[in-house]
Design a protein around this ligand. Structure first.
Ligand SMILES: NC(=O)c1ccc[n+]([C@@H]2O[C@H](COP(=O)([O-])OP(=O)(O)OC[C@H]3O[C@@H](n4cnc5c(N)ncnc54)[C@H](OP(=O)(O)O)[C@@H]3O)[C@@H](O)[C@H]2O)c1
Length: 293
């Protein structure tokens, strides 16, 4: 059995995915803008992920923009039957790399067509509507209008399943009245746990929770508690952070991002890492110290 399988599976839409997946955002150039410094290295990461058994890749056409999806297509097309590519719409990039809201019906429709073309697909497996009411974090406000547009694109057969990203519990409730929501993708990790209650609620409803920035994103997690636990277990701090997420709830799907094959292998090896109970108790202390960690 491949190592990745040991982390278990989850049914996303009607497809079964491994809980250990891969997030492709880091493959674009600095600031998720422009091409990577080393295109062959980026392609190698994607091929290694799938060869290792990963069958859930997270992306967006606004990474690059367009570049990350084009790399996925170049590395992996024609796709393996079991590969689920999850993308997101709702933003666009300014010429300076800024992240701008793109919620008009024209922009949302264009984004779906851009994803289809750049990924080389006839239908997108899962599309997350990424709230841009506040680019930095969930902010209350209705998502009904953009979600209706996405639901219409689903009815036209361009999108199989719908998810939400950067959203509040109220927006998820609103969304579930409009469409079947199969996943939620929000910022969550050992030091950023605002969604603790939401994760448990989604688990009861069979909805996947896919944390972005599982390793801390642009500011990788740093904590003496994390380092101590890692040292004791003969693992790296990043591996412990991922193992904790896998253990946290059965509906959590991991999409750690990396541009390095070595880091990818390290991240996928967490399927074998079992955290003892005393390590879990120690790690629970990280959030309390998050401001100083
Ligand atoms: N919905 C949203 O709004 C949203 C926002 C952000 C991200 N995302 C998605 O979530 C995915 C994950 O988030 P992310 O990539 O931003 O952050 P992340 O997974 O928390 O962390 C990525 C960072 O950690 C480093 N890293 C990865 N593995 C490592 C290892 N084993 N040891 C040391 N450093 C390691 C990477 O550098 P190297 O490249 O050097 O390994 C990169 O700097 C993205 O790829 C994207 O698909 C979604």
């Amino acid at each position: 059995m491949s190592t990745v399988n040991r982390a278990g599976t989850f049914v996303l839409g009607e497809r079964t995915v491994k809980r250990l997946g891969y997030g492709a955002m880091q493959l674009a150039g600095p600031g998720v803008f422009g091409p990577p410094g080393d295109t062959d290295a980026a392609l190698a990461v994607l091929r290694e992920a799938v060869a290792s058994g990963v069958n859930h890749i997270d992306t967006s056409d606004f990474y690059g923009p367009h570049i990350t999806n084009q790399l996925i297509r170049k590395a992996l097309h024609p796709y393996r039957d079991d590969l689920v590519i999850v993308t997101k719409i709702g933003a666009r990039r300014g010429s300076d790399g800024s992240w701008l809201k793109a919620f008009s019906p024209e922009e949302l429709t264009q984004a779906v067509h851009d994803n289809l073309r750049n990924l080389g697909l006839d239908v997108l497996d899962v599309v997350n509507l990424r709230s841009m009411l506040d680019v930095h974090g969930p902010a209350e406000g209705s998502l009904e209008a953009p979600l209706n547009v996405l639901a219409e694109l689903q009815r036209k057969g361009l999108v199989r399943h719908i998810g939400l990203s950067n959203v509040t519990p109220a927006q998820i409730e609103e969304g579930r009245r409009i469409a079947d929501i199969v996943c939620v993708q929000n910022h969550y990790n050992l030091a950023h746990r605002a969604d603790d209650a939401l994760i448990d609620d989604l688990a009861i409803n069979g909805i996947a929770y896919v944390p972005f920035f599982p390793l801390g994103g642009f500011s990788p997690l740093q904590s003496s508690i994390l380092s101590d636990v890692a040292q004791r277990l003969g693992a790296t701090a990043m591996q412990v952070a991922l193992a904790w997420l896998l253990r946290r709830a059965p509906n959590i799907l991991l999409i750690p991002g990396t541009s390095s094959v070595a880091h990818l292998r390290e991240n996928l090896a967490v399927a074998e890492l079992v955290l003892p109970e005393d390590a879990v108790v120690a790690l629970e202390g990280i959030e309390a110290h998050a401001d100083t960690a």
